[in-house]
Design a protein around this ligand. Structure first.
Ligand SMILES: Nc1nc2c(ncn2[C@@H]2O[C@H](COP(=O)(O)OP(=O)(O)O)[C@@H](O)[C@H]2O)c(=O)[nH]1
Ligand SMILES: [Mg+2]
Length: 330
Protein backbone atom coordinates (compact mmCIF):
# COMPACT_ATOMS: atom_id res chain seq x y z
CA UNK A 1 0.00 0.00 0.00
CA UNK A 2 1.19 3.49 -0.73
CA UNK A 3 1.88 5.90 2.03
CA UNK A 4 1.96 9.59 2.47
CA UNK A 5 5.47 10.90 2.45
CA UNK A 6 6.80 13.96 4.14
CA UNK A 7 10.24 14.92 2.91
CA UNK A 8 12.86 17.57 3.62
CA UNK A 9 16.46 18.00 2.67
CA UNK A 10 19.26 20.15 4.02
CA UNK A 11 23.00 20.27 4.54
CA UNK A 12 24.68 19.45 7.85
CA UNK A 13 28.19 20.46 8.74
CA UNK A 14 30.21 19.68 11.86
CA UNK A 15 32.38 22.34 13.49
CA UNK A 16 36.09 22.64 12.67
CA UNK A 17 38.52 21.35 15.23
CA UNK A 18 40.41 24.15 17.02
CA UNK A 19 44.13 24.48 16.28
CA UNK A 20 46.74 23.42 18.78
CA UNK A 21 48.73 26.29 20.27
CA UNK A 22 52.44 27.04 20.08
CA UNK A 23 53.55 28.64 23.33
CA UNK A 24 56.44 28.53 25.80
CA UNK A 25 56.53 29.03 29.51
CA UNK A 26 57.69 32.47 30.49
CA UNK A 27 59.40 32.59 33.77
CA UNK A 28 61.64 35.17 35.28
CA UNK A 29 65.29 34.28 34.71
CA UNK A 30 64.33 31.47 32.29
CA UNK A 31 64.57 32.93 28.80
CA UNK A 32 62.79 30.09 27.07
CA UNK A 33 60.81 27.67 29.27
CA UNK A 34 59.37 24.40 28.03
CA UNK A 35 56.48 24.25 25.53
CA UNK A 36 53.05 24.83 27.10
CA UNK A 37 50.70 25.20 24.10
CA UNK A 38 47.28 23.65 24.84
CA UNK A 39 45.12 21.54 22.52
CA UNK A 40 42.39 22.86 20.28
CA UNK A 41 38.83 21.92 21.23
CA UNK A 42 36.96 19.37 19.14
CA UNK A 43 34.37 20.77 16.75
CA UNK A 44 30.70 20.21 17.59
CA UNK A 45 28.69 17.55 15.77
CA UNK A 46 25.24 17.61 14.23
CA UNK A 47 22.98 15.01 15.79
CA UNK A 48 19.50 13.88 14.82
CA UNK A 49 17.34 12.63 17.65
CA UNK A 50 13.89 11.04 17.45
CA UNK A 51 11.29 12.63 19.65
CA UNK A 52 7.77 11.32 20.01
CA UNK A 53 6.29 14.78 20.53
CA UNK A 54 6.77 15.42 16.82
CA UNK A 55 4.68 13.91 14.08
CA UNK A 56 5.89 15.68 10.94
CA UNK A 57 9.03 17.15 9.39
CA UNK A 58 7.27 20.42 8.85
CA UNK A 59 9.39 22.48 11.22
CA UNK A 60 12.53 21.58 9.30
CA UNK A 61 11.33 22.92 5.99
CA UNK A 62 12.75 26.38 6.22
CA UNK A 63 16.36 25.84 7.09
CA UNK A 64 18.81 24.76 4.43
CA UNK A 65 21.93 24.30 6.54
CA UNK A 66 22.82 23.30 10.09
CA UNK A 67 26.31 24.21 11.18
CA UNK A 68 27.69 23.02 14.52
CA UNK A 69 30.10 25.20 16.50
CA UNK A 70 33.85 25.32 15.79
CA UNK A 71 36.31 24.24 18.45
CA UNK A 72 38.41 27.08 19.91
CA UNK A 73 42.17 27.13 19.55
CA UNK A 74 44.39 26.00 22.39
CA UNK A 75 46.16 28.61 24.52
CA UNK A 76 49.35 29.05 26.50
CA UNK A 77 49.84 27.57 29.97
CA UNK A 78 48.49 24.30 28.60
CA UNK A 79 44.95 25.59 28.43
CA UNK A 80 42.81 23.65 25.97
CA UNK A 81 40.35 25.37 23.66
CA UNK A 82 36.61 24.98 24.28
CA UNK A 83 34.71 22.33 22.39
CA UNK A 84 32.31 23.53 19.71
CA UNK A 85 28.59 23.30 20.49
CA UNK A 86 26.68 20.31 19.16
CA UNK A 87 23.47 20.88 17.30
CA UNK A 88 20.62 18.48 18.05
CA UNK A 89 17.80 18.34 15.53
CA UNK A 90 14.60 16.71 16.72
CA UNK A 91 12.67 14.55 14.28
CA UNK A 92 9.61 12.32 14.64
CA UNK A 93 10.18 8.61 15.23
CA UNK A 94 10.03 6.75 11.92
CA UNK A 95 12.27 9.23 10.11
CA UNK A 96 14.62 7.76 7.52
CA UNK A 97 17.90 9.63 7.12
CA UNK A 98 19.54 9.37 3.72
CA UNK A 99 22.79 10.70 2.32
CA UNK A 100 21.85 12.40 -0.93
CA UNK A 101 25.27 12.37 -2.60
CA UNK A 102 26.05 8.77 -1.82
CA UNK A 103 22.46 7.69 -2.20
CA UNK A 104 22.58 5.59 0.96
CA UNK A 105 20.41 5.12 3.98
CA UNK A 106 22.28 6.35 7.03
CA UNK A 107 19.82 5.43 9.73
CA UNK A 108 16.19 4.71 10.47
CA UNK A 109 15.33 6.51 13.69
CA UNK A 110 12.60 4.25 14.94
CA UNK A 111 12.09 4.96 18.60
CA UNK A 112 11.91 8.10 20.65
CA UNK A 113 15.29 9.01 22.10
CA UNK A 114 17.30 7.21 19.41
CA UNK A 115 20.13 9.34 18.03
CA UNK A 116 22.43 9.45 15.06
CA UNK A 117 25.49 11.63 14.51
CA UNK A 118 25.13 12.85 10.94
CA UNK A 119 28.15 15.17 10.74
CA UNK A 120 31.06 14.76 13.14
CA UNK A 121 33.06 17.76 14.19
CA UNK A 122 36.79 17.90 13.42
CA UNK A 123 39.25 16.82 16.13
CA UNK A 124 41.11 19.54 17.97
CA UNK A 125 44.82 19.77 17.08
CA UNK A 126 47.41 19.01 19.75
CA UNK A 127 49.37 21.89 21.18
CA UNK A 128 53.16 22.01 21.12
CA UNK A 129 53.31 20.76 24.72
CA UNK A 130 52.79 17.29 23.24
CA UNK A 131 55.75 17.44 20.96
CA UNK A 132 58.76 18.00 23.21
CA UNK A 133 61.25 15.14 22.92
CA UNK A 134 64.82 14.70 23.97
CA UNK A 135 65.98 15.73 20.53
CA UNK A 136 63.46 18.52 20.05
CA UNK A 137 63.02 20.41 23.29
CA UNK A 138 61.66 23.54 21.74
CA UNK A 139 58.97 22.40 19.33
CA UNK A 140 57.76 25.47 17.52
CA UNK A 141 54.86 23.73 15.83
CA UNK A 142 51.48 22.35 16.77
CA UNK A 143 48.76 20.39 15.01
CA UNK A 144 46.01 22.08 13.09
CA UNK A 145 42.46 21.17 13.97
CA UNK A 146 40.99 18.66 11.53
CA UNK A 147 38.18 19.33 9.12
CA UNK A 148 34.64 18.33 10.02
CA UNK A 149 32.25 16.10 8.11
CA UNK A 150 29.71 17.70 5.88
CA UNK A 151 26.77 16.04 4.22
CA UNK A 152 23.70 16.65 2.21
CA UNK A 153 20.80 14.86 3.89
CA UNK A 154 17.33 13.90 2.88
CA UNK A 155 14.85 13.02 5.60
CA UNK A 156 11.80 11.01 4.81
CA UNK A 157 8.86 10.20 7.01
CA UNK A 158 5.90 8.04 6.26
CA UNK A 159 3.00 9.90 7.69
CA UNK A 160 0.02 8.31 9.26
CA UNK A 161 -3.04 10.46 9.26
CA UNK A 162 -4.49 11.02 12.71
CA UNK A 163 -7.79 12.27 11.42
CA UNK A 164 -9.70 11.05 8.38
CA UNK A 165 -12.32 13.20 6.67
CA UNK A 166 -15.00 10.92 5.27
CA UNK A 167 -18.13 11.75 3.36
CA UNK A 168 -19.83 11.29 0.03
CA UNK A 169 -18.53 13.18 -2.99
CA UNK A 170 -19.24 16.91 -2.81
CA UNK A 171 -19.62 16.91 0.99
CA UNK A 172 -16.82 19.48 1.20
CA UNK A 173 -13.89 17.31 2.33
CA UNK A 174 -11.24 18.80 0.08
CA UNK A 175 -12.35 22.34 0.72
CA UNK A 176 -12.35 21.88 4.49
CA UNK A 177 -8.93 20.25 4.41
CA UNK A 178 -7.44 23.15 2.49
CA UNK A 179 -9.06 25.57 4.92
CA UNK A 180 -7.65 23.97 8.07
CA UNK A 181 -4.22 22.81 6.93
CA UNK A 182 -1.12 24.83 6.31
CA UNK A 183 1.01 22.36 4.43
CA UNK A 184 0.55 19.61 1.93
CA UNK A 185 3.18 16.95 2.14
CA UNK A 186 4.10 15.33 -1.11
CA UNK A 187 1.97 12.31 -1.72
CA UNK A 188 3.49 9.11 -2.89
CA UNK A 189 2.39 8.03 -6.34
CA UNK A 190 -0.98 6.54 -6.86
CA UNK A 191 -0.33 4.99 -10.22
CA UNK A 192 -3.84 3.79 -10.82
CA UNK A 193 -5.74 7.02 -10.72
CA UNK A 194 -5.70 10.73 -11.08
CA UNK A 195 -7.70 11.06 -7.88
CA UNK A 196 -5.37 11.17 -4.93
CA UNK A 197 -6.16 11.33 -1.27
CA UNK A 198 -4.87 14.55 0.20
CA UNK A 199 -3.11 15.07 3.39
CA UNK A 200 -2.81 18.26 5.35
CA UNK A 201 -0.93 19.26 8.43
CA UNK A 202 -3.10 21.17 10.82
CA UNK A 203 -1.64 23.59 13.35
CA UNK A 204 -4.16 24.64 15.94
CA UNK A 205 -4.07 27.90 17.85
CA UNK A 206 -2.85 26.18 20.99
CA UNK A 207 0.13 24.74 19.15
CA UNK A 208 -1.11 21.25 18.60
CA UNK A 209 -0.29 19.65 15.28
CA UNK A 210 -2.10 16.79 13.70
CA UNK A 211 -2.31 15.21 10.28
CA UNK A 212 -5.65 15.08 8.51
CA UNK A 213 -6.47 13.12 5.37
CA UNK A 214 -9.21 13.70 2.88
CA UNK A 215 -10.50 10.21 2.15
CA UNK A 216 -12.28 10.22 -1.19
CA UNK A 217 -13.98 7.29 -2.79
CA UNK A 218 -16.99 6.55 -0.64
CA UNK A 219 -19.96 6.24 -2.93
CA UNK A 220 -23.57 5.57 -2.10
CA UNK A 221 -25.33 2.28 -2.73
CA UNK A 222 -22.66 -0.16 -1.82
CA UNK A 223 -20.19 0.66 -4.57
CA UNK A 224 -17.54 0.93 -2.01
CA UNK A 225 -15.21 -1.90 -1.27
CA UNK A 226 -14.23 -2.20 -4.91
CA UNK A 227 -11.49 -0.30 -6.66
CA UNK A 228 -10.76 3.16 -5.48
CA UNK A 229 -12.82 3.35 -2.34
CA UNK A 230 -11.13 0.23 -1.16
CA UNK A 231 -7.65 1.66 -1.55
CA UNK A 232 -8.46 4.94 0.06
CA UNK A 233 -10.34 3.46 2.93
CA UNK A 234 -7.28 1.63 4.01
CA UNK A 235 -5.97 5.04 4.99
CA UNK A 236 -9.09 5.71 6.98
CA UNK A 237 -8.57 2.43 8.74
CA UNK A 238 -5.40 3.73 10.30
CA UNK A 239 -6.78 7.09 11.36
CA UNK A 240 -7.48 7.51 15.02
CA UNK A 241 -10.49 9.75 14.60
CA UNK A 242 -12.99 10.04 11.76
CA UNK A 243 -14.80 13.23 10.90
CA UNK A 244 -18.03 12.56 9.01
CA UNK A 245 -18.86 15.41 6.65
CA UNK A 246 -22.50 15.85 5.76
CA UNK A 247 -23.97 18.71 3.78
CA UNK A 248 -26.22 20.70 6.06
CA UNK A 249 -28.55 22.17 3.46
CA UNK A 250 -29.87 18.99 1.90
CA UNK A 251 -32.47 18.19 4.53
CA UNK A 252 -31.21 14.61 4.61
CA UNK A 253 -28.70 14.83 7.37
CA UNK A 254 -29.80 11.86 9.37
CA UNK A 255 -30.29 9.50 6.45
CA UNK A 256 -26.97 10.52 4.93
CA UNK A 257 -25.26 9.81 8.23
CA UNK A 258 -26.90 6.39 8.42
CA UNK A 259 -25.88 5.56 4.85
CA UNK A 260 -22.30 6.63 5.53
CA UNK A 261 -22.11 4.51 8.63
CA UNK A 262 -23.58 1.62 6.75
CA UNK A 263 -21.10 1.95 3.88
CA UNK A 264 -18.18 2.06 6.28
CA UNK A 265 -19.45 -0.89 8.20
CA UNK A 266 -19.81 -2.92 5.02
CA UNK A 267 -16.14 -2.34 4.48
CA UNK A 268 -14.99 -3.01 8.00
CA UNK A 269 -16.74 -3.19 11.36
CA UNK A 270 -13.78 -1.60 13.07
CA UNK A 271 -14.77 1.79 11.69
CA UNK A 272 -17.71 1.85 14.01
CA UNK A 273 -15.61 1.68 17.14
CA UNK A 274 -13.39 4.59 16.12
CA UNK A 275 -14.14 7.88 17.80
CA UNK A 276 -16.07 10.05 15.38
CA UNK A 277 -17.22 13.59 14.98
CA UNK A 278 -19.95 14.88 12.73
CA UNK A 279 -19.41 18.08 10.75
CA UNK A 280 -22.44 19.64 9.07
CA UNK A 281 -20.91 21.48 6.14
CA UNK A 282 -21.65 24.50 3.95
CA UNK A 283 -23.73 26.29 6.56
CA UNK A 284 -23.13 29.56 4.72
CA UNK A 285 -25.88 28.31 2.41
CA UNK A 286 -28.38 28.35 5.28
CA UNK A 287 -30.42 31.18 6.78
CA UNK A 288 -29.98 31.82 10.46
CA UNK A 289 -33.27 30.20 11.25
CA UNK A 290 -32.27 27.06 9.37
CA UNK A 291 -28.98 26.96 11.21
CA UNK A 292 -30.81 26.98 14.50
CA UNK A 293 -32.80 23.97 13.44
CA UNK A 294 -29.72 21.87 12.71
CA UNK A 295 -29.41 18.83 14.94
CA UNK A 296 -26.85 19.14 17.72
CA UNK A 297 -26.63 15.39 18.15
CA UNK A 298 -27.09 12.38 15.88
CA UNK A 299 -27.26 9.11 17.77
CA UNK A 300 -25.47 10.67 20.72
CA UNK A 301 -22.64 12.06 18.55
CA UNK A 302 -22.14 15.82 18.66
CA UNK A 303 -22.63 17.72 15.42
CA UNK A 304 -20.51 20.72 14.48
CA UNK A 305 -21.89 23.14 11.91
CA UNK A 306 -19.13 24.58 9.71
CA UNK A 307 -18.49 26.58 6.61
CA UNK A 308 -15.15 26.17 4.92
CA UNK A 309 -15.99 29.22 2.87
CA UNK A 310 -16.64 31.75 5.65
CA UNK A 311 -14.67 29.92 8.35
CA UNK A 312 -17.70 29.86 10.63
CA UNK A 313 -17.57 26.97 13.09
CA UNK A 314 -14.10 25.85 12.02
CA UNK A 315 -12.42 26.67 15.33
CA UNK A 316 -14.96 24.77 17.46
CA UNK A 317 -14.64 21.81 15.09
CA UNK A 318 -10.85 21.79 15.43
CA UNK A 319 -11.20 22.09 19.15
CA UNK A 320 -13.48 19.07 19.21
CA UNK A 321 -11.09 17.08 17.00
CA UNK A 322 -8.15 17.81 19.28
CA UNK A 323 -10.23 16.89 22.30
CA UNK A 324 -11.21 13.54 20.85
CA UNK A 325 -7.69 12.90 19.54
CA UNK A 326 -6.32 13.51 22.97
CA UNK A 327 -8.86 11.17 24.53
CA UNK A 328 -8.11 8.64 21.86
CA UNK A 329 -4.42 8.72 22.77
CA UNK A 330 -4.76 8.30 26.50
N1 LIG B 1 -21.03 27.39 -0.11
C1 LIG B 1 -20.11 26.49 0.21
N2 LIG B 1 -19.63 25.65 -0.72
C2 LIG B 1 -18.71 24.74 -0.36
C3 LIG B 1 -18.20 24.68 0.97
N3 LIG B 1 -17.29 23.69 1.03
C4 LIG B 1 -17.23 23.17 -0.21
N4 LIG B 1 -18.07 23.81 -1.05
C5 LIG B 1 -18.28 23.53 -2.48
O1 LIG B 1 -18.82 22.21 -2.61
C6 LIG B 1 -18.27 21.56 -3.74
C7 LIG B 1 -17.64 20.26 -3.31
O2 LIG B 1 -16.56 20.53 -2.41
P1 LIG B 1 -15.32 19.58 -2.27
O3 LIG B 1 -14.48 20.13 -1.17
O4 LIG B 1 -14.66 19.37 -3.57
O5 LIG B 1 -16.04 18.24 -1.82
P2 LIG B 1 -15.43 16.77 -1.69
O6 LIG B 1 -15.90 16.02 -2.89
O7 LIG B 1 -16.05 16.20 -0.45
O8 LIG B 1 -13.95 16.86 -1.60
C8 LIG B 1 -17.29 22.53 -4.35
O9 LIG B 1 -17.92 23.18 -5.41
C9 LIG B 1 -16.99 23.50 -3.24
O10 LIG B 1 -16.67 24.79 -3.70
C10 LIG B 1 -18.73 25.60 1.94
O11 LIG B 1 -18.37 25.64 3.12
N5 LIG B 1 -19.68 26.47 1.51
MG1 LIG C 1 -12.51 16.06 -2.86
Amino acid sequence: MVDFIDEVSFRVCGGRGGDGCVSFRREKFVPKGGPDGGDGGDGGSVILRANSNLSTLLDLRHRKKYQAGNGKSGMGKCRDGKRGENIVILVPPGTLICDVDQNTLIEDLKVSGQECIVARGGKGGRGNAHFATSTCQVPDFAEKGSLPESRHLKLELKLLADVGLVGFPNAGKSTLLSKISSARPKIADYPFTTTTPHLGIVHTKNDITFVAADIPGIIKNGHMGKGLGDRFLRHAERCRVLVFLIEAHTGEIQSTYETLLNELQLYDDSFLVKPRIIALTKIDLLHDREKQRLPTFLYKQSCYPVSAVTGEGVEPLLHAIVHVLFEAVT
